[in-house]
Design a protein. Structure first.
Length: 332
């Protein structure tokens, strides 16, 4: 079967699949406190998610990242990991991984490892329990730490992702580096993106990572790393810690040339680009027939219109989101 290649010659080998829009946290930059979630019947069932992911694997996908919302709060989510792990066993998939807030990791870390998951991304914006609570509104810092310990003990490689927020957690950055690298975890800072309306003004939170990097250079020796993930992150090796630090700067850097990924929402909508609204409905072809052929045709047609690049913009004068979707809908 011909693998998926978009009109700009980019092979599409990586999908991020959101399995729920729900979450047990309410991070200030991601959701409002009174988020309205999708009716449950709109969501793809776990069997449908498996069919959808498996169709992508047949079309050349080598890496699947399960995300959300908080993926590990979806009931029965381990059934999906277990069934997708067959593709790893068969050599059709290189990597099955997950992005999580860590709240359920104490429960699931070992099971994830048993399903062939080797690495997890854990989002953690602060090491200060009080600040962590303020940022996540509902998060329990101790529970997340227990989750990280369990993941570590299960032999999962851990990458910490922290959203850099001006005047909120930037002063903690050196401490976070020392902690993460001290435990052998990679750490990546992410610029806040204008996705979905949340209560607070975006511009106030926006911290260009060039600024953070300059700040960190006064304390640490940052050498550009040869490590490349094929994604939007740029990496630096830190001499003092021996660890690796990433920066994801979607607003100040253009990483679209090497884009190999698409995103699927929990309702089966395929977004060809995080920063653009064009999308394709995969739920209808999925439900129309027991055969996967309408689904595969819909996927191919969508990839044929993957845009060249995105178009984020944070204007000083307006705090509205340039894209109406929340990250929790598209899948982070
Ligand atoms: N709940 C899981 C978690 O927090 O890791 C997975 C989904 S979450 C939407 C994925 C990532 O998106 C998290 O690292 C989060 O910090 C990030 N994120 C959410 N909203 C964002 C925004 N507006 N700008 C930048 N990153 C954002
Ligand atoms: Fe939930 Fe992740 Fe969004 Fe935080 S960033 S509210 S943990 S989906």
């Amino acid at each position: 079967m011909n693998p998926l290649v978009d009109p700009f010659g980019r092979a599409i080998t990586y999908i991020r699949v959101s399995v729920t829009d729900r979450c047990d946290f309410r991070c200030v930059y991601c959701m409002s406190e009174d988020m309205t979630f999708l009716p449950k019947q709109d969501l793809l069932s776990l069997e449908e998610l498996d069919r959808l992911c498996s169709a992508f694997v047949r079309l050349g996908t080598r890496k699947i990242r399960v995300t959300g919302g908080e993926p590990l709060v979806r009931r029965g989510v381990m059934t999906l990991f277990r069934s997708l792990s067959r593709h790893i066993g068969a050599g059709a998939l290189d990597e099955l991984t997950v992005t999580t807030n860590g709240s359920q990791l104490a429960r699931y870390a070992q099971e994830l490892r048993d399903c062939g998951v080797e690495r997890v991304n854990v989002s953690l914006d602060s090491l200060n329990p009080e600040r962590f609570r303020k940022l996540t509104r509902w998060g329990d810092f101790a529970q997340v730490m227990k989750g990280i310990d369990a993941a570590d003990a299960a032999g999962l490689k851990i990458k910490i992702n922290a959203v850099a927020l001006k005047g909120v957690n930037d002063e903690e950055a050196p401490e976070m580096i020392a902690w993460a690298h001290g435990r052998g975890f990679d750490l990546t800072f992410i610029e806040v993106m204008p996705l979905g309306d949340v209560a607070e003004a975006r511009f106030d939170q926006y911290l260009p990572l060039t600024e953070l990097r300059a700040q960190l250079s006064r304390r640490y020796t940052l050498a550009p790393s040869t490590h490349a993930s094929g994604g939007p992150a740029r990496y630096f090796d830190i001499a003092e810690t021996g660890g690796r630090l990433g920066f994801i700067t979607p607003l100040t850097h253009n990483f679209c040339e090497s884009c190999n990924r698409v995103r699927v929402t929990c309702t089966g909508t395929l977004y060809m680009c995080l920063g653009q609204d064009d999308a394709a409905d995969l739920r209808e072809p999925l439900r129309r027939s027991e055969s996967d052929s309408p689904l595969e045709t819909a996927i191919r047609a969508a990839i044929a219109r993957k845009p060249k690049g995105h178009d984020f913009l944070i204007e000083r004068t307006e705090s509205h989101a340039s894209t109406r979707r929340h990250m929790s809908v598209t899948g982070g």
